[in-house]
Ligand binder design. Structure first.
Ligand SMILES: C[S@@+](CC[C@H](N)C(=O)[O-])C[C@H]1O[C@@H](n2cnc3c(N)ncnc32)[C@H](O)[C@@H]1O
Length: 243
C-alpha cells in the first residue's frame, strides 16, 4: 500500500486506540505472563499504549518494550507508571535491545503487523537472540479464516452508540497473505479513517519460522485459559522455547 509504513498504524490510531480496543481477559493474561516471566525480565514486542504491559508491571515484573510508533509510546508514557517502562523505538523485526529476557511476548495479532514473510522470519530470529537459556517466546494471534472474505473483500459494521457507525473494511490478497484494512468511524465529528495492513501467518508456518530461528513449539493453547486448540479455534496462544 503506497505510503504505508510500519509506524503508520500506531501514529494514526494512537489518540483513540484505548477506546477502540478495550482490553479483555487482563487478569487471565497476567496470570500466564507473570508465571512465564518466572521472576525474570519480560519484553513486549509492539508494546503500544501499555494496555497489557502496565498491569504486568503492577504484578512486579520488569517489563521492557519495543514499538515503532512514538505516538503510541507517548500514550503509554502519559499513564501512571508508564514513564518508568523502558521502551526502544524501532522495528521489532530487527531492533537491538540490551540483554536477554525470560519472556518475550507479542500479543493481539501484533506479529502480523510485519507485512512481509521475510520480516516475520527475522523477528523470530531477533526474539530467539534475546531469550534467556530457558526463556519463552509467546505469540497470541488469530487463526486465519479466509472464508470471511467474499471475492476478496469484507465489511463489518458496528454501532457502538446512537451517534456513531464503525465500519471495518478489508481487502484480502491470498497469495501474499495480506489483509489491508481501514477502520472507518462516522460520527458527528466527521469521518475518521485508520489504516492498517496485516500479513497473517498460518500456525504451521509460524512453527517453521520458529524452527528457522532455532526454536521449537513447547505448547499451543486455543485461548489464554490454556484451552485445547481444535480445528474450530479462532485464535491460538503459542509458546516457543530453544530447540
Ligand atoms: C495492535 S497494537 C497492540 C499494542 C499492545 N501490544 C496491546 O496489545 O495493547 C500494535 C502495536 O505494534 C506496533 N507495531 C506495529 N508494527 C511494528 C513494528 N514493525 N515494530 C515495532 N512496533 C510495531 C504499533 O505501533 C502498535 O503500537
Amino acid at each position: 500500500m503506497e505510503g504505508y509504513r510500519a509506524s503508520t498504524y500506531g501514529d494514526r490510531i494512537a489518540g483513540v486506540y484505548d477506546r477502540f480496543y478495550e482490553p479483555v481477559d487482563v487478569e487471565v493474561r497476567m496470570d500466564v505472563l507473570e508465571a512465564l516471566a518466572a521472576g525474570g525480565r519480560a519484553l513486549e514486542l509492539g508494546i503500544g499504549t501499555g494496555e497489557f504491559a502496565l498491569p504486568l508491571v503492577a504484578r512486579g515484573v520488569e517489563v521492557h518494550g519495543i514499538d515503532v510508533s512514538e505516538a503510541m509510546v507517548e500514550q503509554l508514557r502519559a499513564k501512571e507508571g508508564g514513564a518508568g517502562v523502558p521502551v526502544t523505538i524501532g522495528d521489532f523485526a530487527d531492533v537491538e535491545v540490551e540483554g536477554t529476557f525470560s519472556l518475550i511476548y507479542v500479543i493481539n495479532n501484533t506479529l502480523f503487523m510485519l507485512t512481509e514473510q521475510e520480516e516475520q522470519v527475522r523477528c523470530f530470529a531477533n526474539a530467539a537472540a534475546h531469550l534467556d537459556e530457558s526463556g519463552v517466546l509467546l505469540v497470541d494471534a488469530f487463526v486465519p479464516d479466509v472464508t470471511r472474505f467474499d471475492r476478496g473483500q469484507e465489511v463489518r459494521a458496528r454501532l457502538p452508540d446512537l451517534e456513531t457507525v464503525r465500519l471495518d473494511v478489508s481487502t484480502h490478497d491470498p497469495m501474499q497473505q495480506l489483509v489491508d484494512f481501514r477502520h472507518v468511524l462516522l460520527s458527528e465529528d466527521g469521518i475518521q479513517v485508520y489504516p492498517a495492513q496485516l500479513r497473517y501467518i498460518w500456525p504451521s508456518e509460524m512453527d517453521l519460522m520458529a524452527r528457522l530461528a532455532g526454536l521449537r513449539l513447547r505448547e499451543r493453547w486455543g485461548d489464554w485459559r490454556r484451552g485445547r486448540v481444535t480445528s474450530k479455534s479462532q485464535g491460538h496462544v503459542s509458546l516457543y522455547e530453544r530447540a
